[in-house]
Design a protein around this ligand. Structure first.
Ligand code: SF4
Ligand code: SF4
Length: 383
């Protein structure tokens, strides 16, 4: 059985360090992961420099508590990421993390260069993406600890432990991979392959205040009140999906993991330790529904009917400040400036990079009513 530790936690307070220690203890403890003198890389979710209250990034108190624990183990600690927008240190400054960690000898890293990861190194079934590469600097560490945030994600439905590891691909190459993958299902496969390639030693999810709605940057901060820990990122994500009461078939990473025979997608294979699912249930969590691109009706009815079902990116012009960031991040060149921002739906690959990067919550993913209906039928009306 794969162990996942689950604990209720409703505040970033003075008990946080104990809570995190307890959650990790349930899956073997920090002592099973690190030893004195280890170089440990912490990989938080740093998306863009936004205020702590927006719940866009892993909470600074959460990261600080993990740093404190690792310092007790006499580890050499680095915090690194490659945010989609701006720099990792820009996020650190915005969150005030550098001030919180002043007394610790912590290194802050920007992931800049990538190194190809050969198939032999990760031991996976044959990869679809043979020329995958991840940040060169990862090789310098004895241990990697993943510190994701509980948030929705326009393209994948949700971003948790697995999706967070895509930040280990340095720089704008991430945008290229969106293009290479093309469809949502291919991109999910890529994410799972990256997660297994990085293969973190431990995942600890900051789910105390999460984000639902139009995530991962512009959603609604929600008191989700949980901490999860585990060594298998897929299993940890699967438990969160149970907590929010959604059908796992709505989230393409689980199908991608099944295709690669990676364990952790079935609740029967997971031993949940600590508090129960019922005690930690997250009610009314709103995720963006992903329209199944492989829905046979679209192919059967033909292209003229596609707009009746198909999801598309839409601009709320009253929110748009014409900053042009979406144009800059659209590798498909599907966005142009006229009197307002215009999206060419024929060119758009629905990577959602524009939606993630929009500073004013002006870009949303729209699902027509028929698409919503199909989603409900396919994934079960109640979930
Ligand atoms: S990123 Fe948002 S605010 Fe900026 S131009 Fe695009 S839609 Fe408008
Ligand atoms: S318009 Fe937005 S979702 Fe579509 S390809 Fe460009 S960045 Fe991606």
């Amino acid at each position: 059985m794969i162990k996942v530790g689950l604990l209720k936690a409703d505040k970033y307070d003075k008990y946080l360090k104990d809570k995190i220690n307890h959650a990790v203890e349930l899956v073997g403890g920090f002592g099973s992961v690190v030893k004195s003198g280890d170089r440990v890389l912490l990989k938080p979710n740093f998306l863009v420099a936004k205020a702590v209250e927006t719940a866009t990034n892993t909470h600074p108190d959460f990261i600080a508590a993990v740093v404190e624990i690792l310092s007790d183990y006499n580890c050499k600690i680095a915090i690194g990421d490659s945010p989609m927008f701006g720099t990792a240190y820009g996020v650190v400054k915005k969150l005030g993390l550098d001030q919180k960690l002043k007394k610790y000898d912590v290194e802050y890293l920007e992931f800049k260069e990538n190194k190809p990861v050969s198939q032999q190194e990760d031991g996976l079934k044959p990869r679809k993406y043979r020329d995958l590469c991840t940040a060169t600097v990862l090789q310098e560490f004895d241990r990697i600890i993943n510190l994701p945030k509980l948030k929705t994600h326009a393209q994948m439905g949700i971003t948790l432990a697995t999706k967070n590891l895509f930040g280990c691909v340095a720089g704008k190459v991430k945008l290229k991979w969106h293009m290479v993958a093309g469809s949502i299902h291919n991109f999910a496969r890529l994410l799972v392959e990256v997660s297994q390639t990085v293969n973190p030693d431990l995942n600890i999810l900051d789910g105390i205040i999460g984000m639902d709605g139009n995530g991962p940057a512009n959603g609604r901060p929600r008191k989700t009140k949980v901490i999860l820990a585990g060594k298998n990122c897929i299993a940890l994500d699967r438990v969160v999906v149970e907590l929010i009461g959604k059908n796992p078939s709505r989230f393409p990473i689980f199908k991608a993991a099944d295709d690669l025979s990676i364990p952790g997608t079935r609740l029967e294979d997971i031993c949940i330790l600590g508090d129960s699912i019922e005690e930690c249930r997250i009610k009314g969590f709103k995720v963006i529904s992903i329209f199944p691109a492989d829905f046979i009706g679209v192919h059967f009815l033909g292209l003229p009917f596609k707009p009746l079902f198909d999801q598309r990116m839409v601009v709320k012009h009253k929110n748009c400040i014409m900053c042009g960031r979406c144009i800059e991040h659209c590798l498909s060149k599907a966005i142009r400036k006229e009197d307002g921002i215009v999206i060419d739906h024929d060119k758009c690959i629905k990577c959602c990079c524009c939606q993630e990067g929009c500073p004013t919550n002006a870009i949303h993913i729209y699902t027509p009513p028929l698409g919503t209906l199909v989603n409900k039928i396919r994934s079960g009306r109640s979930r």
